[in-house]
Write a protein that binds this ligand. Structure first.
Ligand code: AMP
Ligand code: GLY
Length: 431
């Protein structure tokens, strides 16, 4: 099988790493990839980065045709929201990733919330506003705490949890008047604030059937003990002890399958992976948000636990045969720690040389996120630079493998959380 993988982050390095283990792989091109994907190897397969940007739809379609690609796998939400999957399918290519219309489940929070409401999918109560003055009046009327969300894509920064009405007012003004997220803030969702542990659950889907992965938990805040601003994710672990196996079945039945059926019935069949960000509230699990792609860094802990052939699963989704595939997961655990640049999630430097990447270990792997090659050296090129994943029979052992593997790695200004997975080790079962 000849595969084109679109994207350049830790998620794409993990997807490439797992696909490279498939005996069916003949060629894997990553557009544009990073220094980690450039180093992927597989017996009997050609693997290479291509200098094609993830947002250059025409060049990606042309590349897929020229290189006789059997399957295109689209990693990030940006190209999906821009309709890359539609353009590829129009040329008869098999694609893992939803159409532009189906990707609205992530790219428009207004669509997503109204969809959940009409489909009876449990989520926080909400109201939608386009008018600043009306939104402002509403937040002053409310008695309960709220969450403010820009409707469009905002690189994980469009959600504000104000601690008082004055913070809410400032956030609302920044989004709706100052337009800090551009047109993504034309519409705003104001919703009830929920509480409870958070879990990410992914469903592979061919548009009809859904098969869930093991659940994972992300760590969104930059500092230990969940302090500081939100980031794209600073670490993750899987599976999640607060999430009993019966809960995964319940969520597949009451959330993922109704979402996939609803999208199909509304003329937006969803092919790819549907990511449910969930909160386990006292009233049961509720959807915080849907995403139209794998979570990063969640997928870096999910794929090491996958015992089946990823390429076969992705192809089955793309061609409508998922129900014929049996997916097996290891009984063990995995954990990852993100090594970030100083200043992240704000402004950060790049071009800093990274050392200590060569120590290969049997129970860990270093996924590259923001790295590139410069004069024969690997240097930093992003906020999240590396994602070090370890695995073992239990979460404590997986954490030990991950933190041990970080040992030799150095770059100037490197920062990472020391408390990844601590809650998993102390929490109780949520049935
Ligand atoms: P999102 O970008 O939608 O995943 O939101 C980012 C984070 O904001 C989530 O991981 C939650 O921690 C928090 N959040 C979003 N919506 C709510 C809500 N309705 N109630 C409480 N926390 C929320
Ligand atoms: N780690 C959360 C996300 O990928 O959206």
């Amino acid at each position: 099988m000849r595969v084109l993988l679109v994207g350049s982050g830790g998620r794409e390095h993990a997807l490439g790493w797992k696909m490279a283990q498939s005996p069916r792989l003949k060629a894997l091109y990553i557009a544009p990839g990073n220094a980690g994907t450039a180093r992927l190897r597989a017996d009997g397969a050609e693997i290479a980065n291509l200098p094609v940007k993830a947002d250059d739809k025409n060049a990606l379609v042309q590349t897929a045709l020229e290189r006789k690609i059997d399957l295109v796998v689209i990693g990030p939400e940006g190209p999906l929201a821009a309709g890359l999957a539609d353009d590829l399918r129009a040329k008869g290519l098999a694609v893992f990733g939803p159409s532009q219309a189906a990707a609205e489940i992530e790219s428009s929070k207004v669509f997503s919330k109204e969809f959940m409401q009409r489909r009876g999918i449990p989520t926080a109560k909400f109201s939608v506003f386009r008018d600043y003055d009306r939104a402002l009046a509403y937040i002053h009327e409310l008695e309960h705490p709220i969450v403010i969300k820009a409707s469009g894509l905002a690189a994980g920064k469009g959600v504000i949890i104000p601690e008082n009405p004055s913070q809410a007012e400032t956030a609302l003004r920044q989004i709706m008047v100052e337009k800090v997220f551009g047109p993504s803030g034309d519409d705003v969702v104001l919703e009830e604030r929920m509480s409870g542990p958070e879990v990410s659950l992914f469903g592979f889907t061919d548009g009809n059937s859904v098969q869930v992965t093991v659940p994972a938990q992300d760590h969104k805040r930059i500092f230990d003990n969940d302090r500081g601003p939100n980031t794209g994710g600073m670490g993750a672990y899987a599976p999640v002890p607060v999430f009993a196996p019966a809960m995964a079945e319940k969520i597949q039945r009451s959330i993922l399958q109704p979402a996939i059926d609803g999208l199909r019935e509304e003329g937006r069949p969803f092919v790819g992976v549907l990511f449910a960000g969930l909160m386990l509230t006292a009233q049961g699990p509720k959807v915080i948000e849907f995403n139209c792609r794998f979570g990063d860094p969640e997928v870096q802990v999910i794929l090491p636990l996958l015992e089946s052939d990823l390429l076969e699963i992705l192809m089955a989704c793309a061609t409508g045969h998922l129900s014929e595939v049996q997916i097996h997961w290891s009984k063990g655990a995995a954990a990852c720690v993100v090594l970030a640049s100083e200043g992240y999630p704000g402004k950060y430097p790049s071009g800093r040389p990274i050392s200590g990447l060569d120590a290969a270990r049997p129970d860990s792997f270093v996924f590259h996120a923001g790295t590139r090659e410069q004069d024969g050296r690997i240097v930093t090129s992003g906020g999240r630079v590396l994602c070090v994943t370890g695995w073992g029979e239990s979460i404590p052992l997986a954490l030990k493998s991950a933190y041990t593997a970080i040992g030799p790695i150095r770059f100037e200004g490197m920062q990472y959380r020391k408390d990844i997975g601590r809650l998993a080790v102390t929490s109780t079962l949520h049935a």
